[in-house]
Design a protein around this ligand. Sequence first.
Ligand code: PLP
Length: 407
Amino acid sequence: MAVELKTGRMPQVERVREHLLALKEQQTEPVCAYIRDVTALVAHVHQRVQSMPESSQLFYAIKANSEEEVLQALAPVVHGFEVASLGEIVKVRQISADIPILFGGPGKTEAELQGAIEHKVRLIHVESMHELNKLNEIASQNDVRVSVLLRINLKGPLPQATLAMGGRPTQFGIDEVMLPHVMNQIRHLPHIQVGGFHFHSLSNNLDAEQHVKLVEYYCTIARDWARQYGFTLRYLNAGGGIGVNYAHLEQQFDWNTFVDGITPVLEKELPPETTLLFECGRYLTASSGYYATEVLDVKVNHSKTYVIVRGGTHHFRLPVSWQHSHPFELIEVEGWMHPYDRPEVKEAAYTVAGQLCTPKDILASDITSGRVRAGDILLFHFAGAYGWAISHHDFLSHPHPQHIYLQ
Ligand SMILES: *Cc1c(COP(=O)(O)O)cnc(C)c1O
């Protein structure tokens, strides 16, 4: 029935397909749904946590997908959550009163810092000297000492990836050249306790060996700085940034190579009193999420073929944000109930567009995968991270997709 994508995870996808075909039978409205395979999500993350070296912990960066069901499912599995706003702190605390929270992000307001203290955030990632001063003052008013990690934007050079937050000028972290000044100033901030360093330098890195080198670099530089400035390195946060290969689904980040690579590095380079933290988003939630959408129309316009689907980039902004064709499979739906012709494209290349009134509403371009007909369903894979979460849902006021959680 379906045009198979080479993903190496067929049984799990089969369940999603069956669910969609059942949905199509039950309803008259065109299919449009996000599906999260919660079983697969938990299995994936659990395996990653279990296989990590003793000295490291895995947090989930919830901005990738902060749906309550996802947080509920992951809370018992991960070591904690990484958040980037007071809103995210509140979301986490709504599902757990005590799960460890790491709080980062540039431009934190006084209310956010106050909220972080009230909600018992474990570590605040401080991004500037001004933020340290502000936090010290708020901590003083609360009569507490706050544990922080200093987020440092390293000089580099760092490995290449889709998005770079460090090793070049960005709004993130404290410039490495400022560190001596900052460490000197911190001596005058009695309500700040420096627990270590935070580096989140890139996103969507696909190369496990490069990632090992990056972690090794972080370990040596953090250890040297702790020694130089005379404090105990309790934590080193190596950020997130493990990627998803959207272009070749069968070639994903090689987790085993990564774990095998960092194990001896940590034994050698990480001080015994230090815990290495990871705060991954995309890598944890992307693979178990799907966006399914029914074909509404097929037409040729100025010699190009367009397949128009129910939904679009207002539900799933990732492909347009990254300027890529998002991988999908076709689920053929038999049976056409209407007295008029069923439009289709057979051999020609086609572009998949949504319902928005903008030529930018494109999910995939110049696809050659055989026949597609109105009423068929396109199932976009690896849609569980930075999909719904980053989209402009109410632009044009079309209905939202259904949100389905397969347990
Ligand atoms: C977004 C973000 C993450 C998660 O990044 P992924 O690329 O999704 O793993 C981790 N840490 C910080 C500080 C972030 O901003």
